[in-house]
Design a binder for this molecule. Structure first.
Ligand code: 3HC
Length: 287
């Protein structure tokens, strides 16, 4: 038996990057106390800057009132010590997409938090089952895959591993609903629903650009106007991070074969350190 939503008041978030800080923010905005952990204080400071900026934007457009934003900010505590997550009632991990690192984190969490605390992972393409195998309690490990930018995206993908128990799945859906997000469920297969379908779309946009089908602006414009998506493939790849797209594509290609092979130009951009919005340059340039 795992803890149900009623007994969740403190949420531990492992990782204060784009996704971790976004998850911490939406959990705090929903009224949860949050402990946000990263390995260095500088990453935590960056995470709080991202949260402050996002809360300001929500207040500026009346999506949140100022006192609620202040209260949300006060509910988040930063730490570099994983042991500070010991009293949490639910954990969401959002560290770098590296299986060894995730397994180390889960092995440590497994001994640190109470045995009935659900351990969620925000992995975008890695196997939930393999992450869970690092614990002695795989039944409580579930995929809680948030979308970027977390504070404005409406959906969360719940991913069910080979040994994930129904209690953990139920809590994942209920917790996401409490954050005002809608959910869908995917089996633990490479890329789940979203990235299995999104990654080839992004790579095909990059290939189309590389092969001179159209300018990058017209590829994005064509897909925006032609299919009513908010961003075309090149701008969305920049938004997600070209390193993230490359890593996800490589993982998918390893499991599903050549049709997921990353575009040549994607790898070249990442090799050049052009990672998209976060590095100031990707397919486009950013301030
Ligand atoms: N926090 C708070 N508010 C934010 C925000 C943030 N992080 N980012 C954007 N906003 C707000 C803006 O303030 C703006 O508010 P306004 O409309 O009242 O002015 C509104 O959202 C729209 O923002 P912008 O004007 O800057 O730009 P857009 O209209 O293009 O919206 C977007 C930005 C919400 C990112 C939109 O373009 C979009 O939905 N893009 C698609 C994003 C997407 O597909 N994400 C999923 C990627 S896949 C993924 O995450 C999975 C992973 O595993 C790879």
């Amino acid at each position: 038996m795992v803890r149900t939503l009623d007994s969740v008041s403190r949420v531990g978030v492992v990782g204060a990057g784009t996704m971790g800080s976004g998850i911490a923010q939406v959990a705090a905005t929903a009224g949860y106390d949050v402990v946000m952990r990263d390995v260095e204080q500088a990453y935590i400071d960056d995470g709080f800057d991202t949260i402050d900026d996002s809360l300001d934007r929500l207040v500026a457009r009346d999506a949140l009132n100022e006192s609620d934003a202040e209260r949300a900010r006060e509910r988040i505590v930063g730490t570099t010590d994983l042991a500070d997550l010991a009293g949490c009632d639910l954990i969401v991990e959002a560290v770098v997409e590296n299986m060894d690192i995730k397994q180390d984190v889960f092995a440590e969490l497994d001994t640190l938090v109470d045995a009935d605390v659900v351990l969620g992972t925000n992995t975008s393409t890695l196997s939930i089952t393999r992450i869970a195998a690092a614990t002695g309690t795989p039944g409580r490990v579930v995929g809680l895959h948030f979308m970027n930018p977390v504070p404005v995206m409406d959906g969360v993908e719940v991913v069910v591993g080979e040994q994930t128990g129904t209690g953990a799945v139920d809590l994942a859906h209920n917790f996401a609903a409490e954050l005002d997000k809608e959910t869908w469920e995917a089996d633990d297969k490479p890329g789940f629903v979203t990235n299995r379908i999104l990654m080839p779309w992004l790579n095909e946009g990059i290939r189309a650009f590389d092969e001179g089908v159209a300018t990058k602006e017209d590829i994005d414009r064509g897909m925006r106007l032609g299919t009513n998506v908010p961003m075309g493939p090149l701008e969305l790849a920049d938004h997600v991070g070209l390193d993230v797209v490359l890593h996800a594509s490589e993982t998918l290609a390893e499991e599903l074969g050549d049709r997921y092979r990353p575009a040549y130009l994607l790898r070249r951009k990442v090799d050049a350190g052009h990672l998209g919005k976060k590095s100031g340059q990707g397919f486009y340039e950013y301030d």
